[in-house]
Design a protein around this ligand. Structure first.
Ligand code: NDP
Length: 309
């Protein structure tokens, strides 16, 4: 296998990876960054981003990611297409295999492989992604002001998204497959206390409905056999996220959900010289700006590590 040595390897290309590359480049670490399967990360699947500071009129997700990439490249980052397919952190040397055929030996590694929202897996859901189907109320809720929307899920995310959307939208239907919510008592109380949220228990989505303009509603099925159509222009899926950590299982300490564990207040993982940034280590905030911030933290931690501080 082809082997290459580098001081700093960054795996992943969302806001965390590119920001780490910007900082590592300016620190003279000549980082190599592999973009992964989805160059630019989750933001490339969104349209307008209105909450990233510095863009008074908003910015399209793909445009923002291209700008971050160009900035990292202009500062000297070596950005490559390719995905990490295996790692070996068991010896003193940190080894990462790329595309199953190239081995990088790095003095330090920054993991920024992100997370992916889980979807229901319906063909109709796929068809209306970005045209009414979303997995992020904070990102897209604003576009449904004074309209009716559906939120699917029964955990803290679904309840949080439903209450957030209820403050913007006319009505929120919370579609829950069980006869109870999994969310914390506090979140359940917030949902119960919000008059424009209607919770539909024991209800499963059969199909997302729509036309050329996007989502018009959903056909749902209740456990007692009743079927109905809910009219809504937004369909928010909030059934959890899956961190992209399969290749790190056994190599880095992960939490019960599979997120990389970092030392509180730092980006340090369980392996010296390996740092984690962005959604891969953050089950809670999951914002572009928090990911970018943690990418900066990881590059600074990495720089200090390489200096032996
Ligand atoms: P969870 O895994 O906690 O909940 C997922 C929910 O989606 C469950 O209700 C589950 O149903 C439902 N679900 C899963 N698959 C399907 C499906 N195919 N169809 C319909 N429903 C489905 O994920 P969350 O994202 O809500 O939370 C992740 C973690 O983050 C948790 O630890 C949570 O506490 C935390 N969090 C905390 C927040 C806060 O404190 N403010 C805010 C957001 C998240 P079922 O119950 O039937 O399995």
């Amino acid at each position: 296998m082809d082997t290459e040595k580098t001081k700093c390897l960054i795996v992943g290309s969302g806001p965390a990876g590119y920001t780490a590359a910007i900082y590592a480049s300016r620190a003279g670490l000549s980082p190599i960054l592999y973009e992964g399967m989805e160059p630019g990360g989750q933001l490339t699947t969104t349209t307008k981003i209105e909450n990233f500071p510095g863009y008074p009129d908003g910015v399209d997700g793909p445009v923002l990611m291209e700008a971050m990439k160009a900035q990292a490249r202009n500062l000297g980052a070596n950005i490559r297409f390719g995905a990490a397919t295996a790692v070996d952190f068991s010896g003193g040397t940190l080894r990462v295999t790329v595309d199953g055929k190239r081995q990088i030996e790095a003095d330090a590694v920054i993991v920024a492989t992100g997370a992916a929202a889980k979807y229901l897996g319906l063909e109709s859901e796929q068809r209306f992604k970005g045209r009414g189907v979303s997995a992020c109320a904070t990102c897209d809720g604003f576009f449904y002001r004074n309209q009716d929307v559906i939120v699917v899920g029964g955990g803290d995310s679904a309840c949080e998204e439903a209450t957030y959307l209820a403050s913007i939208c006319r009505k929120v239907y919370l579609v829950v497959r069980k006869d109870h919510l999994r969310a914390s008592k506090a979140m359940q109380a917030r949902v119960a206390g919000t008059s424009n949220i209607e919770t539909l228990f024991e209800t499963v989505t059969q199909e997302v409905l729509g036309d050329d303009n996007g989502v018009t509603g959903a056909r749902v099925h209740r456990n007692d056999g009743e079927e109905r159509v809910i009219e809504a222009t937004g369909f928010f899926v909030a059934i959890g996220h899956r961190p992209n950590t399969e290749i790190f299982r056994g190599a880095l300490e992960l939490d019960e959900e599979g997120y990389i564990r970092t030392e509180p207040g730092t980006s340090r993982t369980s392996v010296p010289g390996v740092f984690a940034a962005g959604d891969v280590q953050d089950p809670h905030y999951r914002q572009a700006i928090t990911a970018a911030g943690s990418g900066c933290t990881a590059a600074l931690d990495c720089e200090r590590y390489l200096l032996g501080l």
